[in-house]
Design a protein around this ligand. Structure first.
Ligand code: NAD
Ligand code: UD1
Length: 339
């Protein structure tokens, strides 16, 4: 058993990871400033796990609060989710993105170093690959993010490699997530975007439940089998499990492990609409509109390195992703309640 600090614990991936950490026997110290989440999410985590995370409301940019937190708990490792994640917002507010994602992460790293904690799992993104020249995408592909959000992840990857090179005691997992979807099978926790969702599955769910009229499919003329964009959707519970496996791997392996976390299978927008409609029993009206700026045609992972290093493989198929997203949507049509 280890004590793990989870930053951004109340968010979409953080909540699911807290559950997996408890299930693996770990103690969880949770930190979040609720800038993109609600306290109810942490209460739901406690309800599912039957255990209370040691929760601290705070900001990763707050050096004093972090030093106090590390002095209060004997933390063995950190899983660092806290950050901002909207590509569109990052284009209009780049400094807010660099402040949270870069300054915040640097403050966290300094406080970790001072406290002698040198085991870290960092949330990177397939966004660092930009527009991949071919698929499946392996970890050795050239990197070229095209927006401030992706660049913040890329810069953090570079800094973390520099840190591990300078101080070999650091053990760091850089997980490049593909497209997380789905929800915990209890239906109690899930993705809770503010306002109109930008991402596909949350948008489809809101059309299915009648809160949005129809889906706009961004582009029907991509060089893919049916002309719509192809992505590697991965169930959030599989993604959460990969973090627990990475912590284990970092006990065995020193240095930096850079790993794709995806299923290895790509689905088109039309395939996602058909699957969600079949699972929910609801019609999903859609129309094909122009491409969304910054979108790419096709991206899916080669996840074989994660399998080799972690012994991890995604377990949930597309039906499970749709079923669990739908259960969460039906049980929580307005997301988590406010306090
Ligand atoms: P999320 O927004 O649901 O969760 C992030 C959490 O961090 C939120 O609860 C938010 O309140 C908190 N937070 C933000 N800034 C903070 C700060 N300065 N101090 C303390 N807490 C702060 O996002 P998520 O989907 O759970 O993503 C988690 C991580 O994974 C992010 O770093 C994101 O960039 C990365 N990621 C997400 C996706 C995705 O599609 N969801 C894909 C690739 C990478
Ligand atoms: C988006 C982000 C990416 C981020 C990822 C997960 C952009 C340009 N990219 O990626 O950086 O890592 O989310 O958070 O924002 N689609 C529609 N209609 C919609 C919504 C989406 O047709 O209303 C299509 C998109 O064109 C794409 C697919 O569905 O082909 C998936 O979209 P989305 O869920 O937004 O993920 P990404 O575009 O892969």
């Amino acid at each position: 058993m280890a004590t793990i600090l989870v930053t951004g614990a109340a968010g979409y991936i953080g909540t699911h990871t807290c559950i997996e950490l408890f299930a693996a026997g770990h103690q969880v110290v949770a930190l979040d400033n609720f800038s993109n989440s609600k306290p109810e999410a942490m209460r739901r985590v406690a309800r599912i796990a039957g255990r209370e995370p040691l929760f601290h409301r705070g900001d990763i940019r707050d050096r004093v609060a972090l030093d106090t937190l590390f002095a209060t708990h004997a933390i063995d490792a950190v899983i660092h989710f806290a950050g901002l994640k909207s590509v569109g917002e990052s284009l209009s507010e780049p400094l807010r993105y660099y402040d949270n994602n870069i300054s915040g992460s640097l403050t966290l790293l300094e406080c970790m170093g001072r406290a002698g904690v040198r085991r870290l799992v960092f949330s990177s993104s397939a966004n660092v690959y930009g527009d991949p020249h071919t698929v499946p995408v392996t970890e050795s592909f050239p990197l070229g993010p095209t927006n401030p959000y992706g660049r913040s992840k890329y810069m953090m990857e570079l800094m973390l490699r520099d840190l591990a090179a300078a101080e070999p005691a650091w053990r760091i997992g850089l997980l490049r997530y593909f497209n997380p979807v789905g929800a915990h099978e209890s239906g109690l926790i899930g993705e809770d975007p503010h306002g109109t969702p930008n991402n596909l599955l949350p948008y489809i769910s809101k059309v299915a439940i009648g809160k949005l009229e129809q889906l706009n499919i961004f582009g029907g003329d991509y060089p893919t089998a049916d002309g719509t964009g192809v992505r590697d959707y991965i169930h959030v519970v599989d993604l959460a499990a990969a973090h627990v496996k990475t912590l284990q791997a970092l006990e065995r392996e020193a240095g930096v492990q850079t790993l794709n976390v995806g299923t290895g299978t790509g689905y088109s927008v039309l395939e996602m609409v058909a699957a969600f409609s079949r699972i929910s029993g609801c019609a999903i009206p859609f129309r094909i509109v122009g491409r969304r700026a910054g979108d790419i045609a096709c991206s899916y992972a080669d996840p074989s390195l994660a399998h080799a290093v972690l012994g991890w493989r995604a377990q949930h198929d597309l039906d499970a992703m749709c079923r669990d997203s739908w259960r969460w949507q039906q049980g929580n049509p307005d997301g988590y309640p406010d306090d």
